[in-house]
Design a protein around this ligand. Sequence first.
Ligand code: UN1
Length: 473
Amino acid sequence: MATQAAEILKRLGIESENPGAYSDEWIDCAGEELESRSPIDGSLLGTLRMADSEDYNDVVYKASKMFPKWRMVPAPQRGQIVREIGEELRKHKNDLGAIVTLEMGKILSEGRGEVQEMIDIADFAVGLSRQLHGSTMHSERPLHRMYEQWHPLGAIGLITAFNFPVAVWSWNALIALVCGDCVVWKPSLKTPLTAIATQRICAKVLEKHGFAGVLTLVIGKNEEVGERMLIDKRLPLISFTGSTAIGKRVSEIVSERLGRTLLELGGNNGVVAMDDANVDMVVRAALFGAVGTAGQRCTSTRRLFVQKGIAQAVTEKLVAAYERLRIGNPMESDTLVGPLIDEDAVKMMMDGLDRIREAGATVIHGGEKIEGCYVKPAIVKAVAGLKILKEEIFAPILYIVEFDHLQDGILAHNNVPQGLSSSMFTSSVASAETFLSHAGSDCGIANINLGTSGAEIGGAFGGEKDTGGGRES
Ligand code: UN1
């Protein structure tokens, strides 16, 4: 793998040592050194020097200084620049997708899929750049005209997570760009090289047009960067993807200064499978939803509620499908499950399984450590109402819970603090409509006969309750 990785990194301009921030040019930062190691085999992909608080200040200063200039560019022209960014991303799709896989560990088709999402959102943003409509209304005052117009906010702060190191950036950044905002990006410290590679590709386009500083990057520790962003009045909006616990803190601190937040926090997504569902479809969707991205999506399926009549068939088929899972190197095309992000994540999963057993649920398949960051995805048999079901464990653990009637299924499904994504499998229009109605799923996203994971460009992405209520893309 070493030579393959080296070639990909080189083509993306990643060196063995890299600068950790970009304001309107790359900055040789003064912070600590950070190593990026692949979860695939622990190999060192590269190092970088992180930003300290002065580097951070420099980045925000440049982005804020660029804002008055950028906001005056007509939106359709901003859109043309985003179109060029999309074209550059098309050219680098395979390499950028591969670096996502090397650094984050998701399988190659998912790594490339993420870059495809960036390309799609670029296209979407180009269209939007000619459609930043506002309404006009009749005034009650004579000879008076009244209309709404959307204005840019400023430089916005964007804090992204390791599990979608590039797609979520693009959902926010490329839309921000057509709206006339600048972007200060703090990526996860677990995927810094992916961020540097993305920044290299996209900043070049802006530099060419004289707009260096519209998209900026600052990689640094929470104390030096993350915490400063929250209190920084120069960043009127903070978009944050991550855990509910940290998201609450983000919300509190940013609201304290009357800033705005866009939060995309924990999910604990459930599928409700009715007796009249297509069993094979349920099995396929639950499998992909639970083990895809090794269970590290905020949209991963974590709870499968099955009506009594098909419970046994679904369980048996699912166990059989788990037995055939190909777990291994995510760079190889026949692998379905790659490693978890790091050994801490493995430990978190094992601790989670211990607590699940203590709570009285039964692990009926998998759940073992393999080696390094690799694990066997687990299936757990549980009963509705168990407290641990309310917790998001960020690992491939799927609960199967039986229920009797539609209403019991929906109640059990909604009985968690989180509210991101949900699905029902049924052939009954009445059941489907109930699930989609306000008497049904309480999540931001509700699907019928389709799994919980996966986001589609242009459909507002986000959740209710402890997921934070924000909408992206
Ligand atoms: C998807 O399921 O395709 O952290 C998108 C996450 C989300 C993105 C999920 N922010 O998993």
